[in-house]
Design a protein around this ligand. Structure first.
Ligand code: KIV
Length: 302
């Protein structure tokens, strides 16, 4: 079956991948073209992550990201109509107050954003909220280990689960999320052996990021994978492209062509109708062509 006609990937389908089949392929996307590209590439979960605050909006942490921003980007990704499962990340403080507020915010992602599930950071402390959202029929993906919204509490972006006590806490967190009805859980920033132990005991799929090879699936931030960010990548990232370098080179070539008059060429310009001269024979403007008028017969591609 070609990727373009693949079946819709649902929450039960992801849940059924626990211990079965190849690792689940997940990636972040924050807009229409990137979600469409991920879909074409056959990704199984598209996460509209609040990492967009850092890689798209230029903040130093994910903490300033609001509900409105997340819903806006989720709706853009949803317009790609992916058969991949579309998960929206609940931003900082959108699920930390009352259960009612958490349900209302999760519901906005479904009603306004077109998401099929939401993701929440935190383990045992969030279990009651996860249960409430799941009981409202909104599927929840958990997220434990390095949870970026706890940046200040963790003292920075720090690897978690490095001692046996810390691993036991993570095991307790996953158990609580699973009991609360989460359908999967992201394991971020922890030793591979910790993630292996958690994956072998959890009854739901684990999706790793900086958590080694033993998870049920893997996720990366798209901009990291593409080399589209400004600085160096974290150790766990594999860059499959150098988009920033490619972009700078392409824009430099464009600038050079514009400055030297090589762009646009005759092939990139429109002829006047039947040999007439645009402007009725008036002398041509020095730097800019007259604005193109579009009629029903004009086709910008020809
Ligand atoms: O916001 C995000 O992109 C995430 C992934 C890194 C899991 O939470």
């Amino acid at each position: 079956m070609s990727e373009s006609v693949r079946r819709k990937i649902t929450v039960p389908a992801i849940r059924a991948r626990k211990g079965a089949g190849p690792p689940i392929v997940a990636l972040t996307a924050y807009d229409f073209p990137s979600a469409a590209a991920l879909e074409e590439a056959g990704v199984e979960i598209i996460l509209v992550g609040d990492s967009l605050g850092m890689v798209v909006l230029g903040y130093e942490t994910t903490l300033p990201v609001s509900m409105d921003v997340m819903v806006h980007h989720t709706a853009a990704a949803a317009r790609a109509k992916p058969s991949a499962l579309l998960v929206a990340d609940m931003p900082f403080l959108s699920y930390h107050g009352s259960r009612e507020e958490a349900i209302r915010n999760a519901g906005r992602f479904v009603q306004e954003g077109g998401a099929e599930a939401v993701k929440i950071e935190g383990g045992r402390r969030r279990a009651g909220t996860v249960r409430a959202i799941v009981e409202a029929d909104i599927p929840v993906m958990g997220h434990i280990g390095l949870t970026p919204q706890a940046f200040h509490a963790m003292g920075g972006f720090r690897v978690q689960g490095r001692t046996s006590d810390a691993v036991q806490e993570l095991l307790d967190d996953v158990r609580a999320l699973e009991d609360a009805g989460a359908f999967s859980v992201v394991l971020e920033g922890m030793p591979a052996e910790a993630a292996r132990l958690i994956t072998s005991t959890a009854g739901i799929p684990t999706i790793g990021i900086g958590a080694g090879p033993y998870c049920d699936g893997q996720i990366l931030v798209l901009h990291d994978l593409l080399g589209w960010g400004a600085g160096p990548s974290p150790k766990f990232v594999r860059r499959y492209a150098e988009l920033r370098r490619t972009t700078v080179e392409a824009v430099r070539s464009y600038a050079s062509d514009v400055r030297s008059g090589r762009f646009p060429s005759a092939a990139e310009s429109y002829p006047a109708a039947n040999g007439e001269t645009a402007g009725g024979g008036a002398s041509a403007p020095k730097r800019r062509a007259a604005p193109l008028e579009r009629s029903d017969e004009d086709d910008l591609e020809s």
